[in-house]
Design a protein around this ligand. Structure first.
Ligand code: GLU
Length: 613
């Protein structure tokens, strides 16, 4: 039975006002037990049922979402409950030191909204601070520095989500996370590997070493129970005081101090310029989602400053032009994958040129999604992989609105070589019994963020400002250059898909810029190769992002397939990566059930659950 125990009217708890007969005081019902969080069940990657569902990378986080749904919360409450647990159990991917993007479906109003709580550049920070003697500060120095820390958005985003669309308060939704932080959880191979990949910098920074390493400076061993009471204490304060706790007062002061005078490290860390006003003034933004369509379905996604929604929409628009009948027999599956990869290459050329914070840059949203623009772009696709990187098109020609100021400068380029830093970020998908849906990706940027733990507070600060373009020429212009107060361009692609106004899918993934292609490939698998969502997510991945070396990035298991051999014959060249992404999603079935899906293998396997199996 779902009892909303904390919603009992006040007089039921304390008796009638003015009544001083203590024998009439009615005791509050006991709070629901949280014992299951101490020894959670073994995770399952797929679950089918009704009454609400959740999928995340971690069984305790999924459990927190289900617990919240069972105790009076809706999908919005449940997503925050899960996210707070992930801040404890997946602290190298996400947490209150970072930011994220939430796409929400409000079933009763049949309305979609998005909540942007992306980190932003401090008011005193300029592009020039990323350079020394006109040369960019080396990437590794920047990643692990105060200078790359953006003003965190997560707690403001959670508060905005709960206040506007939730049924519960911080006090209620943070309960599972407080238990997991204080009672601890058993370190698994994924946690130990993540620590291991960060070992040098974690050893170097005193506060981080103290929290995440053993006394000898080694990763905590698999099987050890890891507790983070300092983070538990921060959550307890937020539970009582709300987001203010993070953005004003003692903790805000501590965050600023940590950025400006990073903890003792050898060699010392580059300091940043964040100020208490940056935190006090931080606002989450409710933005109009991006809508595009594919195979008769509507794809609802995240607008700028994420490039996710527009790039996914443009890719699918181009693919629909070159393959109007899907992956039918006349195309053949391998030709279809080739066309998908080439559509993605072209969409990324446009992404790299035109996307930035919409409060600073005129992102040509309408032009990028115009079908005639997709038709123009699709003419560049041939039967073979190209021998030069794709150049951006001219979406401004397809805008009705004449106000956009035109291409801001040279498109950014990137080197697609895989790094340990591509294992960051996490995605939560939740739905409730009323049909509300949350598709939520959040992050601290690199795996381990900036590597800097706020001393005594149990969480890592992000390095999100490295998502700005830092061209070798400091005077080069680009849409995604750092400006004071600006939000860096993201690739996060929380997505919901509908058919005739009814939800069909919700999904998303981590993985840097491969996020966009992971979601794209899952949709192509679902629509064009008729895979149910769990199979569409589990299938081997390949990603084309218009890298300067022209290569596709492909998972080791993809490279072993016939598909890879056939694509090579068309001129595709691959960079191998063991894993791409760690997706989760929910499929809404015709019989009214839902299928929640997490990764069976990637990142050690995720966890999917339903309220009523
Ligand atoms: N900083 C990344 C972005 O916003 C986070 C996502 C990821 O790298 O996985 O695109």
């Amino acid at each position: 039975m779902n009892i909303r125990w904390f919603a009992l009217p006040l007089f039921a708890l304390v008796g009638f006002a003015g009544c001083d007969d203590s024998s009439s005081v009615v005791q509050p019902p006991p709070e629901p037990s949280l014992e299951e969080f101490e020894n959670p069940p073994a995770p399952a990657a797929t679950a089918v049922g009704r009454g609400g569902a959740a999928a995340t990378v971690d069984v305790r986080a999924t459990l927190a979402a289900i617990y919240t749904l069972k105790h009076g919360g809706n999908a919005i409450d449940a997503s925050v409950a899960a996210a707070a647990v992930l801040g404890v159990t997946d602290p190298f991917s996400c947490g209150i030191g970072g930011g994220g993007f939430m796409v929400v479906y409000l079933a009763k109003e049949r309305r979609f909204i998005t909540i942007d709580h992306r980190e932003k550049a401090p008011g005193a920070q300029t592009h020039a601070l990323f350079y020394r003697n006109d040369k960019p500060i080396p990437t590794n120095d920047l990643i692990t520095s105060g200078l790359s820390v953006g003003v965190p958005g997560t707690v403001r985003g959670w508060e905005e989500a709960l206040r506007r669309y939730g049924k519960l308060t911080f006090r209620e939704v943070l309960r599972p996370a407080i238990v997991v932080a204080e009672k601890g959880f058993v370190v698994d191979a994924t946690f130990a590997d993540q620590t291991g990949r960060n070992l040098d910098r974690f050893r170097r920074i005193s506060s981080t070493r103290k929290l995440f390493l053993t006394d000898a400076g080694d990763p905590r061993p698999v099987g050890e129970r890891f507790k983070n009471p300092e983070l538990g204490a921060v959550y307890r304060k937020i539970a009582e005081g709300g987001a203010k706790v993070m953005y004003e007062g003692e903790l805000a002061q501590k965050i600023v101090e940590t950025v400006r005078q990073p903890p003792e490290a050898n060699p010392p860390l580059e300091p940043g310029v964040m100020a208490v006003e940056d935190l006090a003034n931080y606002e989450a933004r409710v933005r109009v989602p991006v809508e595009s369509s594919y195979r008769g379905h509507t794809i609802i996604g995240m607008p700028a400053p994420s490039s996710g929604g527009l790039t996914l929409g443009e890719t699918l628009n181009i693919l629909a032009v070159v393959a109007p009948s899907g992956a039918g027999e006349q195309n053949g599956t391998e030709e279809h994958v080739h066309r998908y990869l080439e559509a993605s290459r072209l969409a990324f050329a446009d992404r790299n040129a035109f996307h930035g914070d919409p409060e600073y840059v005129d992102v040509p949203r309408q032009g990028l999604l115009a079908i005639p623009f997709a038709t123009e772009r699709s003419a560049l696709i041939t039967d073979r992989a190209p021998t030069a990187a794709a150049k951006p098109g001219n979406p401004y020609a397809y805008q009705d609105d004449p106000s956009p100021s035109g291409p801001p400068g040279k498109p950014s380029t990137f080197d697609a070589s895989p790094t340990a830093m591509e294992k960051e970020t996490t995605h939560i998908t939740v739905t409730d019994d009323d049909g509300n849906i949350v598709s939520y990706t959040f992050t601290i940027e690199a795996e381990g963020g900036s590597g800097i733990v706020v001393p005594g507070h149990g969480f890592l600060l992000n390095n999100e400002l490295t998502d700005f373009d830092i061209p070798s020429d400091p005077k080069a212009k680009a849409a995604n250059l750092l400006e004071p107060g600006k939000r860096p361009r993201s690739s996060m692609t929380p997505t919901i898909v509908t058919k005739d106004g009814k939800p069909r899918l919700a999904l998303g993934s981590p993985g840097g810029s491969t996020i966009i292609t992971t979601v794209g490939q899952a949709l192509v698998n679902f629509f064009d190769f008729n895979m149910p969502l769990p199979a569409a997510l589990a299938a081997p991945r390949v990603s084309q992002r218009n890298a300067t070396d022209l290569r596709d990035t492909a998972e080791t298991v993809f490279l072993a397939s016939d598909m890879a051999t056939k694509l090579k014959a068309r001129g595709h060249v691959f960079t191998e990566q063991a894993e791409i992404g760690a997706a989760t999603g929910i499929q809404f079935n015709d019989d009214g059930t839902v299928t929640a899906a997490a990764e069976p293998v990637r990142r050690g396997g995720g966890s999917a659950m339903v309220v009523k199996p």
